[in-house]
Design a binder for this molecule. Sequence first.
Ligand code: GLN
Length: 244
Amino acid sequence: MELHIIDMYSDILNVYGDIGNLQTLKQRCEWRDINTNITRFTKDKDINLDVENTDIILIGGGSDYGQSIVSQHLLNQRNELQEFIDDNGVILTICGSYQMFGNLYLDANKNKIPCLELLDIETISEKDRFISNIVLENNLGLNPETIVGFENHGGRTYHDYDTLGEVKVGFGNNNEDGKEGLVYKNFIGTYLHGPLLPKNPHITDKLISEALKRKYDIDTLKPLDDTIELNAHKKIVNRLLENK
Ligand code: GLN
């Protein structure tokens, strides 16, 4: 088995080590003898996404400046991304890239950064930023129930889709409704850096299993010994909940 992963714009959208998401995904596939074929997709290459041969797309977060640099190139991939999402393609977007799949992103100076307009999301940034470690209770039915990460965003995001989780510590989408992230088909948008996947092996495995289901119609994922990962996860979650 092999999964083709597209690492989009990690040369520009990679704040707080979001590239660690790719490394974790690759490692947890390899531990299960699933080959990974990784394509780095940058704005300096004039190529289009090969939707047919793509299993997982990862896009990290960035500053408003980073977002404005990639926005035109990202917009050129709009049709391919739409096709991929509609076809249950697995895609993880963090912070700045999560915002850019929506209809509107106004940065902290109220400048409009062009967005993909693929999902009905609006984000308006303010100068005071939401900076915090963050703990969620996940809405994906995954065990452990918690998701942990770090958030740093000026954007306040509003939408009516399902969310990734309920905020237990931190701010989330907008610090008003107690919700974090967005889940639509196999698209996940979230403000959680961390990076997200090493701190949350259950989310990594969710991405891998959805990709295998889509490509090979396989429903089960070989279990791994996650004692170390889950102990670390629990320790940090408990500490954050205690200090709340
Ligand atoms: N520029 C966006 C904001 O401040 C995203 C930041 C990020 O990706 N960490 O809301």
